[in-house]
Write a protein that binds this ligand. Sequence first.
Ligand code: PEP
Length: 309
Amino acid sequence: MADCGFDPKIGKKFWIQLSQVYKSLYLKILWYKVSLPEGWTSEKFYVSIITIAMRQKIIVGNWKMHGSCSFARSLMQDLLQGGSESVSAEMVVCPPAVYLQYVSEMIADSNLISLGAQNASEHPSGAYTGEISASMLKELGCRYVITGHSERRQYYGEADAEVARKSLAVSNQGMVPIACVGETLTERQNHQARAVVERQLDAVLNLFPADRLEKFAVAYEPVWAIGTGQVATPDQAQEVHEWIRLRLSEKNSESAQRCPILYGGSVNGANAASILAKSDIDGCLIGGASLKSDEFLKIYNEAGWRKFI
Ligand code: PEP
């Protein structure tokens, strides 16, 4: 084992996760064999299954309004040292806007880490004091932009329509919007979770060109789980991710299979593996745990098992 550089611990984790994913894929195959969606050949179906198996996991750190220059430097040094090119997951950091340039320079020579922003203006340019346009973020090297985070909806009154326009502005610059959706505790208790998530998602999808869905990501972040330590169970999260994937496939069935759907809400090094093992969970959006390099790297490593495929 040691001779070929194979880590037996990772090997065990890999086989457990692979068997979980394939168990769920196998059940889906059985189901689709009896009822393929209209217009689908079995060839198209099997290509989709392979696409699902190959979907790369993405681990996104949302630093929110935390840190300082020295904090950003030390966290990024740790992540650059701790990341590994043999881990197939993509690591993304979203620092506060004022540190984007700095972090962008730090990661310029590395393939390990991508840059994301926490917000963007819906306008391309103009007299919008305090705002930052998508083209400015693109110029700094951002690949992703979070849109419609619940804190922006809650504290800055961002409504569905504005989130949709921001997502389009981000996409117009060739970046990937990570559109956040998620219900409050009261909405969940009133059995409105699905209606709320679909309403928020539809607002974006109605504006978003169907042929750009390949460069679109969704983050399901139940508001009751954000920063509370109360993580959704893997089954709760998987159920919502399935609704989201279904909605995406109504817009563009092929791209929907490739579209990353991330889970966010109190993910940490201890609970990430069980969440990431679910077939429709393609990564995580991490708040608190993204500020601690060891915790964030642990989640990233949990997501990286696909390197063996
Ligand atoms: C978030 O803010 O997007 C988030 C998921 O936060 P936390 O991980 O701290 O719950």
